[in-house]
Design a protein around this ligand. Structure first.
Ligand code: GSH
Length: 232
C-alpha cells in the first residue's frame, strides 16, 4: 500500500485528492510540520527537502519500492501508475495539462506562499513585500481566469492533475483578499471541483490535525527560524 507522508496543507491535499480520485489504497503518515516532524531522520530518508508531501510506493516501477517527493512529480507518477488516468490522452491536451501543472508548481504555490508569509506570519508588516505578493496573487488569478473563462478545466475539456494541483491553493480565496465573484470562470471551476466526492474525501484527510490560531514561538522557530535553517 502506498505510504503518504503528509499534513493537511494545500500541497498535501493535492496528493490526498488524487489518491481518492484514483481509488488507490493508501495509508497516511502524519508529518506535523509545526512540531518539527519534517526534520526526523525517517522523513529525511525519503526527502532531503524536508517538505511534505512525499510517498513511498512498495510496488513502484519494476515492482521495486519508490520514494518520491515534490507534489507535481507525485501527481504525474500516480497518473502514470494507473495507466494515464487524470491526464488527457491526446498530446496537445497532455502538454496543456503539464503546462498548467508547472504553472501551479512554479507560480501559484510559491507566490501564494510568499503572500501568506508576509501578510500573516512576518513579525514586521513590510508594505513593499505585502504589496508585491498581493499584486502577484491577483495577477495569477487573472491568468487562471483567462483560461477558465474559455475552458471547462485547465487542460481543456478534461478534469486532470492540473486541476487537482491548483484547486487546494485557490480555495478559501478570502484568506488572500480575493473575491471569487470577480473571477467568474474560476468561481465556476472551483464550485465544480469542490462538489466532487473524491475531493471532499481528500480534503477530509487529517482535517482534525489542521492548525488553528497563531503560531507559538516554538512553531515559529521550526517554520521560519533556526530549526528550519540549520544545515542537515
Ligand atoms: N514544491 C513542494 C513544496 C512543498 C511544501 O512547501 N510543503 C510545505 C507544506 S505545504 C512544508 O512541508 N513545509 C514544512 C516547512 O516549511 O518546514 C511540493 O509541491 O511538494
Amino acid at each position: 500500500m502506498i505510504e503518504v507522508w503528509s499534513w493537511p496543507t494545500p500541497n498535501g491535499h493535492k496528493v490526498h485528492i488524487a489518491l481518492e480520485e484514483l481509488e488507490l489504497p493508501y495509508t497516511v503518515i502524519p508529518v506535523d510540520i509545526g512540531a518539527g516532524d519534517q526534520f526526523k531522520p525517517e522523513f529525511l530518508a525519503i526527502t532531503p527537502n524536508h517538505r511534505i508531501p512525499a510517498i513511498v510506493d512498495p510496488d513502484g516501477p519494476g515492482g521495486k519500492p519508490l520514494r518520491l517527493f515534490e507534489s507535481g512529480a507525485i501527481l504525474i507518477y500516480l497518473s502514470e501508475k494507473t495507466g494515464g488516468q487524470l491526464m488527457p490522452a491526446g498530446q496537445t491536451a497532455r502538454y496543456a495539462c503539464l503546462q498548467w501543472l508547472m504553472f501551479q508548481m512554479g507560480g501559484i504555490g510559491p507566490m501564494f506562499g510568499q503572500w501568506n508569509h508576509f501578510a500573516s506570519y512576518a513579525p514586521e508588516k513590510l508594505p513593499y513585500a505585502i504589496e508585491r505578493y498581493s499584486n502577484e496573487v491577483r495577477r495569477l488569478h487573472r491568468v487562471l481566469e483567462k483560461r477558465l473563462a474559455e475552458n471547462e478545466y485547465l487542460a481543456g475539456e478534461e478534469y486532470s492533475i492540473a486541476d487537482i494541483a491548483t484547486f487546494p491553493w485557490v480555495r478559501n480565496p478570502d484568506r488572500r483578499g480575493i473575491a471569487l465573484h470577480e473571477f467568474p470562470g474560476i468561481q465556476r471551476w472551483h464550485d465544480a471541483i469542490a462538489g466532487r466526492p473524491a475531493v471532499q474525501r481528500g480534503l477530509a484527510v487529517l482535517a482534525d490535525r489542521q492548525r488553528r490560531g497563531p503560531l507559538s514561538d516554538e512553531q515559529r522557530d521550526i517554520m521560519f527560524g533556526k530549526t528550519q535553517f540549520s544545515p542537515r
